[in-house]
Design a protein around this ligand. Sequence first.
Ligand SMILES: *[C@@H]1O[C@H](CO)[C@@H](O)[C@H](O)[C@H]1NC(C)=O
Length: 196
Amino acid sequence: MYQIIKCLVSHLLLFTIFSAFGIKTTIADPNIISKSQWNGVESINELSQQALPIGRVIILHTAGAGCQDVDSCSQQVRNIQKYHLDLHFDDIGYNFLVGNDGNVYEGRGWDLMGAAVKNYNNGSLSVAFIGTFENDPPTDQALEAAQSLLEMGVRTTKLTEDYKVLGHRQLASTLSPGAVLYKIIKQWPHWTRRAR
Ligand SMILES: *[C@@H]1O[C@H](CO)[C@@H](O)[C@H](O)[C@H]1NC(C)=O
């Protein structure tokens, strides 16, 4: 009996040590909803390849309605793709979108150049939060998902280790990513004041 308890205790101890270690060193990848999962349409033309690793991340908001679950976020992403195709983009403009449900929605992905910010698409990863963030922040889950997406990008060498984060409004005349979200990303370690 004593042996069993001793064994259990040591296992529990090891488990605790490993979990504590695990929490410190690995942050879970975000849940990425692929284009086929949100039911997107194919791009119209072949898209330019991005030169990897990417050194700049641009944070935007979509300036439309927000969403709170996979169904409503997928609907928003389909609407945005249709809107961008109507504007004669070859595909949805963003590389990734983030929903208030805490999921990341794949746009053009890591490897293809986005069409989100004129003159800055080459060399930039565009990440758009779904909704309008002038007065209210995204959910904590959305903010965590965006951060873990960027960490995943560094780990998979899609992003440089010293990538710079900029708000859309630093590069164009726009309210995007919204006053409240802009204030939040200015606290992120990779945010930079200088656009170039
Ligand atoms: C993007 O920038 C790189 C480096 O300046 C350049 O070599 C490449 O041709 C550009 N790609 C496009 C599609 O403009």
